[in-house]
Design a protein around this ligand. Sequence first.
Ligand SMILES: [Zn+2]
Length: 441
Amino acid sequence: MKKSSILPLLALTLAVAGCKSAHETTPTPRAAEPISFDDYFYDKTMRLDFYHCGDSLNEMYFFDELKQEPYFAGSHVSLTDSFNYGTQRFVLVDEASGKEIYSYHYCTLWDEWRCEPEASSVPTGMPESVVFPYPKHNAVAQIWSRLSVTETKKRGLKHQPWEKKFEYPIRTDNPFVRAFSPVYEVQDLHVAGATQHCLDIVLLPEGYTENEKDRFLDDCRLFISEFFRFEPWTSNQNRVNIRMVWAPSKESGVSIPSENKWFATNMKIAYDTFNSNRYQMTRDFQAVRDIAGHAPYDYIYVLTNSDKYGGGGIYNFYGIGAGHDRFGSSGAVHVHEFGHQMLGLGDEYVEIGNNISEQYQPGVEPYEANLTTLTDISSKPWAKEKAEPDSIFGESFAEGGGYLEHGVWRPYENCLMRALAYPFCPTCLKAVTDYLEYICR
Ligand SMILES: [Zn+2]
């Protein structure tokens, strides 16, 4: 099962991934020359809303709506993704030239749901969206998905191939692109520089009422102090912007279905996702985007008004953590979840006795930078050459990861993606740093 959820508290294990692998077969050619942002885009965002639907075997997309958002926080230079992480790939193709002018990769909650037992008998749909710089010319938006690991194995392939699932024409004369109407206050919390050259994080409140703004601000400050306690963030404070959007909820608290606790909150976030007590998520990503769009952002992180251990983070989607948990572990959890969210790093921890996985199978190499099944170690340099044992991270190249005891290997014995007590291992740190360079160009 694919889980980007938070690690078990007692196991205190975490996972990070971040390798470049170049096995993608993308039929759309990237522009031979570097793409000039100003030739193709306005400095604001277009958002494409849709429903991601299906069951364990089928995947479909249904168009919902196009929207404008006021800010585009991304790099004006790094416009096409070459990291090849994640399970979904968004591509914008310029209609006149047929070239790929913008792309990024991500994962979704729906991807995880489709590995749940329920998905073999019940189809479901979740509201999702993608965002991209606002096109100046007619273009085509495409969404690609990776073939499932099981199907990839059946076909005798080492890497999950991409399949195009959805296309939508973007017309510059389309009058039905909904305008943006701001309703919430935005506050700068740590602003270091121009959005296009910085990593921009927006913090959103869930389950804080109108009179709990100070509490939310305290939780934001905790996030910021913990975030900058970990490398590579400590030495990159001058390349990170953090803002918050003050969007109060009607009721105070976060829903916990297993305890029959329900609250009227903005984004309908709840614990118990996929029956995991600590996994906080929402099915409604569009509700998250509606609030986030008030500020410039590359990454969305939600603080929930809760003292119960838990969170979750999905690659280029969103991250969630309890604002102030009883064990005081909120800070490290935030950084762990951010590792999932920024890079799609794999969890390096193991669930004892678990030896079966839809996500990791011998014969198929994981896309995550920090996990290998030894199927194609050319894409994982750390698996080829064992590093010297490290005083903090222990032996290099250890068996166990991706929730499995056997058949999956991780770069080091210890890492933040395995246990909250550690920083990122050297492999994960490099992956995060490489990605930061890409975002800040
Ligand atoms: Zn690691």
